[in-house]
Ligand binder design. Structure first.
Ligand code: HEC
Ligand code: HEC
Ligand code: HEC
Length: 129
């Protein structure tokens, strides 16, 4: 009886750890780059109606593992990885000169370990597609 309870606790813990690792609902993956850090926001993408399968299985664009893919601009400009959607059609293009900063955020303070909040002022109503 007691042993069963311990097992149950372990099972619950294992499950919750699994959930914490999932990117999409409310999690982000960050990519460092010389152009500035890129933050992939799972929620922002889920809010656009994208499902796990759209990125992880139907076309397998990304591994379910942070750092599991060798992502670079050349591949994306070629329509791979983020560039599958960020082609100026389904989403803003990886090639458009004014789009770089939508993904690459310069953080000139550089120091601040905790990754300070927000900086997401003017989104919301994008004027045009
Ligand atoms: C719009 C694309 C997209 C969608 C939709 C998406 N993911 Fe991901 N996912 C990514 C990317 C990009 C990574 C990081 C891959 C890398 O670093 O190479 C990732 C990583 C992960 C990881 C690894 C996280 C880590 O820290 O190692 C898990 C787990 C994951 N996704 C689960 C899911 C689940 C579950 C869903 C659906 C609820 C989902 N993803 C939907 C793009 C997506
Ligand atoms: C959809 C998001 C997105 C957009 C838009 C984007 N990038 Fe990137 N960029 C990335 C990601 C993700 C990486 C990969 C970081 C890593 O893991 O090395 C990257 C990497 C880079 C690198 C590192 C070297 C390389 O070639 O991979 C440079 C330089 C770069 N981007 C420049 C640009 C420029 C210039 C633009 C605008 C014309 C741009 N990026 C637009 C997401 C984006
Ligand atoms: C399956 C399609 C798909 C893939 C793959 C994808 N995106 Fe997106 N992304 C979208 C859509 C759709 C939007 C919303 C439309 C728009 O803003 O043009 C969006 C919006 C964004 C935004 C702005 C929204 C926000 O507030 O965060 C960023 C930044 C972004 N994506 C980065 C990335 C990066 C980095 C990758 C690759 C690691 C990636 N996306 C891969 C479809 C995708």
């Amino acid at each position: 009886m007691k042993f069963a309870q311990i097992l149950a606790v372990f099972a619950a813990l294992t499950l919750s750890i699994g959930n914490v690792m999932a990117v999409p609902p409310g999690k982000t993956v960050e990519f460092a780059s010389p152009m500035g850090k890129v933050t992939f926001d799972g929620k922002a993408h889920a809010d656009k109606g994208l499902k796990c399968a759209d990125c992880h299985s139907k076309p397998k664009l990304f591994e379910m593992k942070k750092g599991g893919d060798k992502i670079n601009m050349a591949a994306m400009n070629d329509g791979k990885f983020c560039g599958t959607c960020h082609d100026g059609n389904k989403a803003f293009s990886v090639k458009a000169p004014d789009s770089c900063v939508k993904c690459h955020k310069k953080d000139d303070a550089g120091a601040a370990g905790g990754g300070g909040g927000g900086g997401t002022g003017g989104k919301g109503d994008a004027p045009k597609n």
